[in-house]
Structures are given as structure tokens and as C-alpha cells.
Write a protein that binds this ligand. Structure first.
Ligand code: HEC
Ligand code: HEC
Length: 461
């Protein structure tokens, strides 16, 4: 049966490739013509935005270049080229669970990066290519509806005729806003809202904006170098029939993935609040939330601002947290609810934080002493990571180098999530790239040392 199929195939190929007999991979594949279509067909359902199916959220494979999402650097396919090639062709274990990709697709990966994926260094081999006739992305938007006088709800459709992944944002910019409100420090701008290809929905919090007219515009790109499409989408009128502006609440800390340990430093939730029409005092509650569990953390006197005094600058509020109310867990969030003197309300939920009560006195390990392999501390625990981080296989644009203490500070939380909680590092590609399985690069024992070191605030000495 197999032979018959093969022969039939060879015949068909001679006439011109028929179904099942794809032409061989090009010697010099490009992203737009060859690699991206393979990604779209096999990888992007997990490695897109948001990441799905348990895939890491630190990179996406639908985009060629790196991007920023919520202030975090997200690596694109060009940066991840070597690893795409390894997992997609040499190891062949992506997509997971046995659904291997066609041989031609594997060849495309290898020709794109270099034989066995270990070839020449990036980036020259990662050809992006250009489409002879690139179709610009387009956006259409419905007229939008206001929910009460509080939010502007918009549905959009972003299309790209040649199926590239589109990223961008929607922006409300001031056209002419109420002068008195502005003078009192009222808000006339909102952060741009991210949009993506396909159909989507965004919601602008116009309840905190000074009354007036605002211009709605979009900025989108399909990744073609130098191409950003700007579109004016009309004017929006913001009115506050009740005459009351909602208070504006912004988080100061904790940031995403913060590691909090009440025995290392007092835990506080810090935010700013500003009421555009001066309805002070504002009152607030802070609640710690984990799954179904809720704990009220608000101190006895929970208000800010003096009645009748219009503050032109936002007030800073710090709420001390009773750490004994929080069990050890990586999935706490804080819910901040604020209402102004006329009862207009706003609420904010912080990103997830890691809470621990591990006693620092019980943890001996330091950055370069106090235990670990040969008593050399975390530096030696992470010794196996240096081939890829700081070494010859270094990831472009990734400046985490285990031997440099200064590169840790912004990544303690990322290290915890990626290495301890989700176990994405060391990656499975370690085996092919540095000849050591992930469990040998970082043993269970060393992972535990890293966990403890992180949870007591990563002491240096
Ligand atoms: C069903 C979801 C899913 C699909 C589809 C999928 N992946 Fe993954 N991918 C994962 C998960 C989960 C991980 C993290 C665990 C791991 O490394 O195995 C991962 C990790 C990776 C990594 C980083 C880990 C390393 O070893 O460096 C790369 C690179 C990767 N995938 C490439 C691909 C490519 C290329 C495709 C398409 C050919 C693909 N993936 C399709 C789920 C998926
Ligand atoms: C085989 C190569 C390889 C090894 C070994 C390796 N990494 Fe990575 N690491 C990567 C790649 C590729 C990325 C970028 C893709 C991703 O985020 O999954 C990455 C990303 C990371 C990030 C995210 C950094 C950021 O700013 O987003 C951290 C943290 C990290 N690695 C820690 C480690 C630690 C700790 C070890 C050792 C225990 C280790 N890695 C070993 C290849 C490697």
C-alpha cells in the first residue's frame, strides 16, 4: 500500500505537485514567504497572544520582531529562531503530543536557521523577506456605545489580506476639553488600548475624563519594516449628565510577579487617586483575593483628601498589609475599590503576586556563598544556565546573565514564575543545544535552593 502511494506521488510530482506532494523547501526561506505560513498553521494557536495551551508568555511566534506588551519585552520569531528550529525540527517535539509537522516544514526551519539549527549566528540568517505587493492592514470600527456616561465600548475588526499578524492600539486624544476641569488637574488622556488582528472589543474609561470632545485614532502594523498605518476614526463626545467625574485610581505597587515576604520587608499596597471635580474625601477598601478567599486589609481610617479642597495632583495612598492574613501562595491579588464624596466608584485589581512567610534566618544561601554546589551560592546553582544566558548561545536581546548580579533585580519575579512555578527554564532544548537535560542543568535540589533564595528577597551576601 505504501509503495503504491509513493509511486503515485512521484508521478504526480512530475506532472506538477498534487495534494500530499509538496515541493521541496527553498534553500533560502524567508519569514513572509515560508516560515510564517508554517507558524500560522502549526504553532500560533499556542504561541500567539495571549499564549495558550500552557505555552510560555515570554515570546510569540506569530510576529517576526520583538514587541512590548504591558511594558514587558516579548520576543518574536527572529529572536527565537534557533529554538524554533530545534523544537520544530531536530527535537521535533513541537507541537507537543505527537502531531509532528510535515518534513517540508522542518526543512524550512533548518534552511532558515542553519543545518541542525546550530549554524551561523543570528540575525543575518533570519531572512524576513518582503512581499512583492504587501497588503496594508485595515481597521473598521462600529460607532460605539456609551454605557451610561461612564465607558465607551467599541467593537473593531482588523484585517490583513495576506494574513500577517497585526498589532496596534486605539487612542483617545484631546480635541477640546472643559477648561475648568483641566485647570483643576482633571484627566484629558487615557492610556492607549492594545488591539490585535481579527475581531475584538475595547472599553475606554471615559467616566474619569473631563467633559469635551476627543479624537479616536488607531495605529496598526503588520510587521513590515517602516509600515505603521495611522487612521483617524472620528470624534467622541464625553458628557457627564450627572455632573460627576469618577475618581481615577492608578497602581504604584506591587508590580506584576512581585515577591512579598512580610518577614523581609513590610508589605504595602500603594496607589494614587485623583478626583477631577474635587469630591474629596475619597474612601477606599483594599481586599486580598485568592480564588474564592477574600481578606479585608483596609486600615481603620480609610479615606484620603480634604473636603472642598480640589487637589490638582493625585494623592498617594499607602495601605499596610497584615501579612499574617495571607497564606503562602503565588496567586494573591489585591482589589482596590475607591468612591468619591458623591459615590462615584472605580475599582482596580493588581497583577498576581507571590506571597511567602519563609524566615530569612533559616536560609543560608547567598549570591556567591552560603551553600549550593561547592558552597559557591546561587552563582554556582545557575552555572548551567550560562551557556544560553551570557554564553555562546546567548538569546539576542535577552540581557539576563546569571553571573551578573545587576541583571537579577528586574527579573526576580520572572525567575520565580518561569523557573520555579512553571518550570519552563531550563528549556527542553537544553538537551540538543548544550548536551544536558533540563534536570541536569538545574537539579531538583538546586531548584529548591533558588526558590528559597528568591522568597527571602535574593540576599547578595
Ligand atoms: C498545543 C500547544 C502548542 C503548540 C501548537 C506548539 N507549542 Fe511550542 N510550546 C508549548 C508549551 C506548553 C511549551 C513549554 C513546555 C516545553 O518547553 O515543552 C512550548 C515551548 C516552546 C518553545 C520554547 C522552549 C525551548 O525549548 O526553548 C519553542 C521554541 C516552541 N515551543 C516552538 C514551537 C513551534 C516551532 C511550534 C510549531 C511547529 C510549536 N511550538 C507549537 C505548546 C505548544
Ligand atoms: C538551551 C538554552 C537555555 C538554557 C540552558 C537556559 N535558558 Fe533561560 N532562556 C532561553 C531562551 C531561548 C529564552 C527566551 C524564551 C523564553 O522566554 O522562553 C530564555 C528566557 C529566560 C528567562 C526570561 C527572561 C526575560 O527577561 O524574559 C529567564 C528568567 C531564564 N531564561 C532563566 C534561566 C535559568 C535560571 C536557567 C538555568 C536554570 C536558564 N534560563 C537556562 C534559553 C535557555
Amino acid at each position: 500500500m505504501k509503495t503504491t502511494k509513493l509511486i503515485a506521488c512521484a508521478f504526480a510530482f512530475a506532472v506538477l505537485a498534487a495534494a500530499g506532494c509538496a515541493p521541496s523547501a527553498p534553500d533560502k526561506p524567508t519569514w513572509v514567504d515560508d516560515v510564517q505560513p508554517v507558524m500560522m498553521a502549526n504553532c500560533v494557536r499556542c504561541h500567539g497572544s495571549p499564549a495558550a495551551g500552557g505555552a510560555p508568555s515570554t515570546f510569540r511566534l506569530d510576529l517576526y520582531e520583538d514587541t512590548l506588551e504591558n511594558g514587558q519585552q516579548i520576543r518574536g520569531a527572529a529572536t527565537m529562531g534557533r529554538w524554533i528550529c530545534i523544537r520544530g525540527s531536530v527535537a521535533g517535539d513541537m507541537p507537543p503530543n505527537g502531531s509532528a509537522i510535515p518534513t517540508r516544514a522542518r526543512d524550512i526551519f533548518q534552511n532558515w536557521f542553519g543545518a541542525n539549527c546550530r549554524g551561523a549566528e543570528a540575525p543575518t540568517v533570519f531572512e524576513r523577506g518582503t512581499r512583492a505587493a504587501n497588503a496594508e492592514p485595515t481597521i473598521t470600527i462600529n460607532t460605539g456605545n456609551s454605557k451610561g456616561d461612564d465607558t465607551l465600548e467599541l467593537d473593531y475588526i482588523v484585517s490583513d489580506a495576506d494574513r500577517e499578524s497585526v498589532t496596534g492600539s486605539l487612542l483617545l486624544g484631546e480635541d477640546s476639553a472643559d477648561a475648568a476641569c483641566k485647570a483643576a488637574g482633571g484627566r484629558v488622556d487615557l492610556a492607549p488600548l492594545p488591539i490585535h488582528g481579527g475581531a475584538g472589543h475595547v472599553s475606554f474609561d471615559t467616566g474619569t475624563l473631563c467633559a469635551g470632545t476627543y479624537k479616536l485614532s488607531a495605529s496598526i502594523t503588520d510587521g513590515t519594516p517602516g509600515l505603521t498605518v495611522a487612521r483617524q476614526l472620528g470624534t467622541v463626545t464625553v458628557e457627564h449628565p450627572g455632573g460627576n467625574l469618577a475618581p481615577r485610581v492608578e497602581l504604584v505597587k506591587p508590580g506584576p510577579d512581585a515577591l512579598l515576604n512580610g518577614k523581609v520587608a513590610p508589605i504595602t499596597v500603594e496607589f494614587t487617586v485623583h478626583d477631577g471635580d474635587g469630591d474629596y474625601p475619597v474612601t477606599y477598601t483594599v481586599t486580598a483575593v485568592k480564588g474564592d478567599e477574600r481578606d479585608d486589609l483596609t486600615p481603620a481610617s480609610a479615606s484620603a483628601g480634604t473636603p472642598g479642597q480640589a487637589n490638582t495632583v493625585p494623592l498617594n495612598v499607602q495601605v499596610p498589609v497584615d501579612a499574617s492574613k495571607l497564606t503562602d501562595s503565588p496567586s494573591w491579588r489585591f482589589e482596590i475599590a475607591v468612591k468619591d464624596a458623591r459615590e462615584a466608584r472605580r475599582q482596580l485589581v493588581t497583577p498576581y503576586v507571590v506571597v511567602s512567610s519563609l524566615d530569612p534566618a533559616s536560609v543560608a544561601i547567598r549570591f556567591n556563598s552560603g551553600g549550593g554546589p561547592e558552597g559557591k551560592g546561587i552563582l554556582a546553582v545557575l552555572g548551567g544556565c550560562t551557556d544560553c544566558h551570557g554564553g555562546t548561545l546567548s538569546v539576542p536581546d535577552l540581557d539576563f546573565d546569571p553571573s551578573k548580579p545587576e541583571t537579577y533585580a528586574p527579573r526576580l519575579g520572572v525567575l520565580y514564575r518561569k523557573v520555579i512555578q512553571k518550570r519552563e527554564m531550563p528549556p527542553k532544548s537544553s538537551k540538543q543545544l548544550i548536551g544536558a537535560a533540563p534536570d541536569d542543568v538545574l537539579t531538583a535540589e538546586n531548584r529548591e535552593l533558588l526558590r528559597q533564595w528568591l522568597l527571602v528577597g535574593a540576599p547578595m551576601n
